[in-house]
Ligand binder design. Structure first.
Ligand SMILES: NC(=O)c1ccc[n+]([C@@H]2O[C@H](COP(=O)([O-])OP(=O)(O)OC[C@H]3O[C@@H](n4cnc5c(N)ncnc54)[C@H](O)[C@@H]3O)[C@@H](O)[C@H]2O)c1
Ligand SMILES: O=C(O)C(=O)C[C@]1(C(=O)O)C=C[C@@H](O)C=C1
Length: 292
């Protein structure tokens, strides 16, 4: 048993999946959830589904005797969660999070605690879905997926090790990198594609209020826009937290789109073909890499 009492703050898709995975792998004796008054129906569901043993709407009782805490709220809410945790912060507990951006979590912890506590291990599972809420939580969500930890020099090695082993037992492959590097990489492969999908559906939806085009949309549209069904709060928070990385990428993308527009205007089929071929081959190399 890795944890005697694990407290999940924000029992949604990811918090719920951590709870389910920890339970199915026997990593925690007791799992409790915390949420605000407005999260009560979701927490009731979590308890009914057996995802958590108990829930609390007050943070103090939720943390009592916890030796592990996983923060799984949208990244814009993490600073306020740190504020709530501060009076109860314990050296006998290890704290971690699952936020999709890491620098802002570290900055928030620094603001609240003065320096980032040694027993806080920032982490991010690169696994998820467009669904949210505890009903969507899965015990095997993290199997064969990556998990990135972004420790600081002061992070306690034993706390870091425990969080790494915790995620490995839930099936994840753990990598260690700096928070800045994490945010640069994820901006390109996760945040930019989400922004693009939201932008495309926003543009098309507003153009065609009768939804005629959506009526005739098939697999291509569905594949490209699946992630535009993701939670708007979560993605507003991610984009705002990582805008320093995202804005330059948006500029690059606009340049690419301008290039393609020009190729079309010039009837330059050869270079259009070259662009598509390069992209197709690059994607194939990415898929091959995933398989190995
Ligand atoms: N969805 C994904 O694909 C994915 C993948 C990896 C990491 N993440 C990260 O995980 C975190 C949670 O995302 P999710 O997909 O599980 O979202 P979710 O909406 O399913 O769950 C978040 C839960 O936190 C609750 N919450 C919000 N503010 C709170 C607060 N101040 N105090 C207590 N509870 C609060 C919400 O009501 C909700 O129940 C986010 O930081 C997100 O960036 C998401
Ligand atoms: O598969 C999806 O639906 C996701 O959005 C998952 C995804 C991603 O971009 O890959 C989204 C955000 C996370 O922080 C990690 C994973």
């Amino acid at each position: 048993m890795m944890f005697d009492r694990l407290c999940i703050i924000g029992v949604g898709l990811i918090g719920g999946s951590v709870a389910r995975a920890a339970r199915s792998q026997g990593l925690a004796r007791c799992i409790v959830g915390y949420g605000r008054e407005q999260e009560k129906p979701n927490l009731e569901t979590a308890k009914r589904l057996g995802v958590i043993d108990e829930y609390f709407l007050d943070i103090g009782p939720a943390l009592r005797e916890a030796d592990g805490v996983v923060i799984a709220v949208p990244v814009g809410a993490i600073e306020s969660v740190f504020e709530q945790l501060k009076p109860y912060w314990s050296d006998n507990c290890i704290y971690s999070d699952v936020g999709s951006t890491k620098s802002n979590v570290i900055v928030a912890a620094g603001r609240v605690f003065g320096t980032v506590p040694a027993n806080l291990v920032p982490a991010h599972p690169i696994a998820g879905a467009e669904n949210s809420g505890v009903e969507a939580a899965l015990p095997d969500l993290f199997q064969r997926r990556r998990l990135i930890v972004t420790p600081l020099p002061q992070t306690e090695p034993s706390a870091l090790n425990k969080i790494q082993v915790f995620w490995e037992r839930m099936g994840a492959q753990v990598s260690v990198m700096s928070a800045d590097h994490h945010d640069a990489v994820l901006a390109a492969t996760s945040h930019l594609p989400h922004l693009l999908a939201f932008a495309l559906v926003d543009m098309l939806g507003r153009q065609d209020e009768q939804c005629e085009i959506f009526k005739y949309a098939a697999g291509g549209f569905r594949d490209f826009t699946r992630i535009a069904s993701s939670d708007p709060t979560m993605w507003r928070d991610i984009c705002a937290a990582n805008k320093e990385q995202l804005i330059p990428l948006l500029h690059q993308l606009k340049t690419e789109l301008d290039k393609i527009e020009q190729l079309l205007a010039d009837n330059d089929g050869r270079r259009l073909f070259e662009t598509f071929s390069y992209a197709r081959n690059a994607r194939q190399r990415f898929l091959d890499q995933l398989e190995n």
